[in-house]
Design a protein around this ligand. Sequence first.
Ligand SMILES: Cc1ncc(COP(=O)(O)O)c(C=O)c1O
Length: 391
Amino acid sequence: MAGRNFLFVPGPTNVPDRVQRAMVVSMEDHRSPDFPTITHQITQGLKRVFKTESGTPFVFPSSGTGCWEAALTNTLSPGDRVLAARFGQFSHLWIDMCQKLGLEVEVVDCEWGTGVPLDVYRDRLEADTDHAIKAVLVCHNETATGVTSDVAGVRRVLDNANHPALLFVDCVSSLASIDLRFDEWKIDMAVSGSQKGLMLPAGLGILCASSKALELRHTARLPRSYFDLDAMITSNKTGYFPYTPALSLLYGLIESLKMIDEEGLDNIFRRHHYLAAGVRAAVQQGWGLQLCAQGPEWYSDTVSAIMVPEGVNGADVIRRAYTRYNLSLGAGLSRVAGKLFRIGHLGDMNEVHLMAAIAGAEMAMLDSGIKVEPGSGVAAASEYWRNTVLL
Ligand SMILES: Cc1ncc(COP(=O)(O)O)c(C=O)c1O
């Protein structure tokens, strides 16, 4: 098909040209005397992205899922109790992993389209007077439904209950796009990946651990080998990795961290909010459709999950967008399969770029029989963006 593919899945995201170019490197010896400079730049850059001075970032050749496992296995033992809310495919999969690893999960099932229920977390933690709950899991941004949860709120709930449980945060689709404050929110393990806000190809699992979490590796009895942080800590200290690092991706990461520093992390959050608000204007005011997220308190600034009307299959919209217009939209996953499509608006993105997704989704919806007013989404987004100053 002529023209470029417009990639609007909520990860992998578009890789900026300069990041692509930075990855075109000859292979080099990852045990050379020069190599620690690379490790050092990455560690320092990631600390800024996580907003941490006390946390320790780790980079694994894996994806986010690997770091879910690293977070759990380096801190917990078989039978340990964890508290976790399930409200979408990714919060579900993390719980599923906990169960497969032999943890006892206190699952709080919530409606898809909502997020972590702070009142339920508060009740469970207050009732847990003997502190059987060892960790509390939060999926900061549920990519399947376009819902952002209040991590700071979970920290407040833990503190108010005087509960010592670890705070684990999945920030796979929020890191470097939605505000996350590792130190201020006293996060113990933050799990992410390279292919979303960091604007890289998939292939790196990114983890940040508190010293409290790292201490637990000495007593945690869940089996681990590849994801054993001990080996990483020992090698990283000298600037090296315990096994062959994904060198090209590391060069890409250095470049993307530079871009993040140049724009400024808080400016990036503001840009994501502004772009997301334009998409929401298209969906709600333009098309008159609903988001899966059930209220503004849950709206995600990195992905919008758009409900299709009864009688229409969301997969049909996605198929038509792809085959006819070369536009890749995100699918509805698991329980919401067919009921929605998603527009990812994270990473390297601006208004006009995002207009392609809005215009293309609108055409694909019309082709699928959804009676939206032609041009209405574009008009609503344009109205929002033209009249809103991005400070
Ligand atoms: C919120 C969230 N958590 C975890 C994952 C899994 O990450 P990965 O696919 O990098 O293993 C994803 C992937 O999209 C995600 O969106």
